[in-house]
Write a protein that binds this ligand. Sequence first.
Ligand SMILES: *Cc1c(COP(=O)(O)O)cnc(C)c1O
Length: 389
Amino acid sequence: MHMNFSKTERIKRLPPYLFVELDRKKSEIQAKGVDVIDLGIGDPDLPTPDFVVDAMAKAIRNPKNHRYPSSQGSLAFRKAAVGFCRRRFGLDLDPETQVCACIGSKEAIGHFPIAFVESEDVVLVPSPGYPVYHIGTLFCGGISYFLPLLEENEFLPDISSIPGDVAEKAKIIWLNYPNNPTAACATSEFFRQVVDFAREYNIIVCHDAAYSEMCFDGYNAPSFLETPGAMDVGIEFHSMSKTYNMTGWRMGFAVGNPELVGALKQVKSNLDSGQFEAVEDASIVALESDQSFVKEMQAIYQGRRDVLVKGLRSLGLDAAMPRATFYVWIKVPEGFTSSSFSTLLLEKAGIVCTPGNGFGEPGEGFVRMALTVSEDRMQEVVERLSGIL
Ligand SMILES: *Cc1c(COP(=O)(O)O)cnc(C)c1O
């Protein structure tokens, strides 16, 4: 018997997975025995620090952790998140009402709109950008209005260019600084402009701060919530993933306006039962540590960045020196598209990078390379490139 299971519009409307073709080509080239260097994925190559793994090993034996966790996170975890935000950003947060744990920040980013986005509501989504902002909108039946991140605006959305009627219909604006994929950083002036805009049009500001701790040259990325008035309009998503090499552990937290955090808790308590509490216990140890591990990681990425960016520039490529994130956003040379350039690098040099248009059409003309291989391998990347360019 043939059943007729028809998928919803929201699933049918999902954008095609643009990396499928690149993945296929990568496997094909690897099968030929080529030593492929993969700079395509935003996933730290180094392990979680031992002190966190040790805390986890202990926590896993604690029977308290064998029962259902709280979906908003244990009070101890929420207090550790508050302490981290106080020491790092000077924020004054109430652990009862202004923090919610999440199963990796992606989970909360995807679920938060359920609380606020009705069918046909507009959500302001940066492009190029992390795909989940648009997907979360789609899943609620909302409409993404894309804000192009352009080089001439230093990859910040031009808030003044948003038409008034679009702003009137908008429920949420998504921001992500330090930015994936462009590696741009926000100025406090820009954040102030966003607060004014959000207040004028009654819009929720969702700030994705996944890369706040991945900074170089003494730069410390601000929290959006440090901006005067931001606590009235904002919620910020933090992640253990990139900061502590914990992508596999699935742990993050959201902080900010109590009404917004409360709404996220309401959604989550009806959908999931929280993260394994042993993971929360280990994360507390990471958040409360002296952050020397973070400094070590920053030094490692900075070394790799210097090798790559200097090498790319010596070959005549246009690559900005990122002050944060483990990405380098590179303009493709004359005569290439994002796709043709990344194909060339893969086929002729065995190097995987991500075509910029995979993050949204305004990313066309760029490729993204992740700083996820050692300095020696990065030197090899530069040598291979000099052989083909
Ligand atoms: C990696 C990343 C995240 C973090 O995702 P987790 O679910 O916390 O692992 C969030 N936003 C952006 C832009 C990212 O690149």
